[in-house]
Each structure stands twice: as structure tokens, then as C-alpha cells.
Design a protein around this ligand. Structure first.
Ligand code: R5P
Length: 271
């Protein structure tokens, strides 16, 4: 692996843990203005300094992230279907690798739809991007099981989708946490990060998810709704950092969250 690609990966997977806390705000590319992500600029601004990377589309990057930001960017480059369609898997590459290079991103990301009507198309998209990543030094994050595929959230299915993505050359894979997740990790030779999925009942439940994933071998999280749909997004992000980077217990992470929340209530301008 060339220095450029190793450097891009090292900027996202941070020492001393070598893990990564990625903030996902790419939902609008197929869901439109998601709850509490209607104003992306306002949502993202206080969170950016606490994330090891931010995952978004080029339109949102240009419009909502200051060029002065030091947070590495994971650029979503697949799309072409919306929640109005039955079949979400009919995606193409929507942003070219030269454009990704111009935007100075640290990685590109695309969805693969294993088991969906357009499985073949999405896997060929991945393979093509991986070829292009060798030319540009920009690593590829394959995203498994979004949308309706999420219903198949079991270890056998996710292990298959993650392994196929790694076999086709993805340098990283994003998937979902599930029972028996260590089997998914075991079968995937590249770093795995987990998404959070729809907002869980409580902040604690999301911290438990992250804790379980890291304990089972995930190399980080790429989480959205359970951060910015929380009533305390910055506190939540800091608590997740404690789990991902310091291997904090759920109890310790809850302490971080409570302390941060209390500090922000007494000094609201910091929120
Ligand atoms: C799908 O919209 C994207 O891949 C999201 O980035 C991914 O699902 C992570 O976001 P969340 O934690 O909200 O599921």
C-alpha cells in the first residue's frame, strides 16, 4: 500500500487505539431531510471537532462544511435511488474519483447490496472504485446492508456481505452490529466499522451497541442517527469516543455523557 493511502487511513484510524469514530451525515442522499439533520450545517458544526472522520456527499461537503475543517472526509460516491422507490439497490457511482481527489477526501464510500435485485451492479461498482483507488491512493469503504437489506441483520448474511466486499478489494467495510458479530469480524480481513441504524430507545442502548461491537473486534463506528437524534449529540459523541478509543465500559461512557451533558446545561453556549 502506497504512502498516500496509508496516510489517509492513519488520519481516520487514530492512535493510540488505531480505531475510528466516524460521524455519518450522508442520509439525505436517499432519505431527504432526515429528522434533526434538516439543517446539516448547524447539526454538524459542533460535532466535527470530535469526530475522526465525517461521512457525507459532495453536495453537503461543499455547502455545509467549512474548507478550514481538519476532520477527514469519507465521501459517499454512490446513489441514484430514493426511499420513494421499492428497490433501493439500483445505484450507480455518482461522484468520480478525480472529483474525490479534488475535494481532498480521505476515503470514498459506496453501498453494496448483497442479495438485492442490483447486487451485481453494486459489486461491480465496488470493484471499479477499488481499481481507481489504486491510481489515486484514496481508500474505499464498502457499506453493506443499507435500507431494506438491513432487515437481514444476522451474522451469516452480514459475514457474507462483508467478506465479498473485502474480496473485491475494499480497504474498509461498514456494516451493522448483530448477535454473533465476532463471526462477521473473523471472516473479514479488513477493518470493520459499525453503523448505528435507526435511533434506539436510549443513549445507553447506542453505547451498548458500540461497546459490543468494539469488544467483538470492530475497529470503530460510523454512526449517525444515534448521535445527532440524541438530545445531547456532543456528549453522546464524546461518550462513544471513550468506548472506541479508551475501551471504556458502558457505565464509564454513561458517566462521560452525564458529565458532558451537565456541563452543557450549566454553560448552554457550549452546546
Ligand atoms: C446510510 O444512510 C448511511 O450509510 C449511513 O451513513 C449509515 O446507515 C450510518 O448511519 P446510522 O448510524 O444513522 O445508521
Amino acid at each position: 500500500m502506497d504512502w498516500g493511502m496509508r496516510n489517509r487511513l492513519a488520519r481516520m484510524f487514530r492512535p493510540p487505539s488505531g480505531n475510528s469514530v466516524m460521524l455519518a451525515v450522508d442520509h439525505g442522499y436517499f432519505m431527504g431531510p432526515t429528522r434533526r439533520l434538516e439543517d446539516v450545517r448547524g447539526t454538524v458544526a459542533p460535532l466535527l471537532p470530535h469526530a475522526d472522520a465525517v461521512a457525507l456527499t459532495r453536495g453537503i461537503l461543499r455547502a455545509c462544511v467549512p474548507a478550514e475543517s481538519a476532520t477527514p472526509v469519507v465521501l459517499r460516491v454512490s446513489g441514484g435511488a430514493t426511499v420513494l422507490q421499492e428497490d433501493l439497490s439500483d445505484e450507480a457511482i455518482t461522484t468520480s474519483m478525480p472529483e474525490a481527489a479534488r475535494l481532498n477526501v480521505s476515503a470514498v464510500a459506496l453501498s453494496v447490496f448483497v442479495g438485492a435485485p442490483h447486487e451485481h451492479q453494486s459489486l461491480v461498482n465496488l470493484a471499479r472504485l477499488v481499481d481507481e483507488s489504486a491510481e489515486t491512493g484514496i481508500p474505499v469503504l464498502a457499506i453493506t446492508a443499507v435500507g431494506k437489506e438491513l432487515e437481514k441483520r444476522d451474522a451469516r448474511y452480514l459475514a457474507l456481505a462483508c467478506r465479498v466486499s473485502a474480496e473485491l478489494g475494499a480497504q474498509m467495510v461498514k456494516t451493522y452490529y448483530c448477535e454473533g458479530f465476532s463471526k462477521v469480524v473473523e471472516g473479514c480481513p479488513v477493518p470493520l466499522v459499525v453503523a448505528g441504524g435507526p435511533k434506539l430507545d436510549s443513549d445507553r442502548a447506542a453505547l451498548e451497541l458500540a461497546h459490543g461491537a468494539i469488544a467483538d473486534g470492530a475497529r470503530g463506528i460510523d454512526m449517525g442517527r444515534n448521535i445527532w437524534q440524541s438530545d445531547h449529540p456532543v456528549a453522546m459523541l464524546k461518550a462513544l469516543r471513550a468506548i472506541v478509543h479508551e475501551r471504556a465500559t458502558v457505565r464509564e461512557a454513561m458517566d462521560v455523557l452525564e458529565a458532558e451533558r451537565a456541563a452543557r446545561v450549566s454553560a448552554p453556549s457550549a452546546a
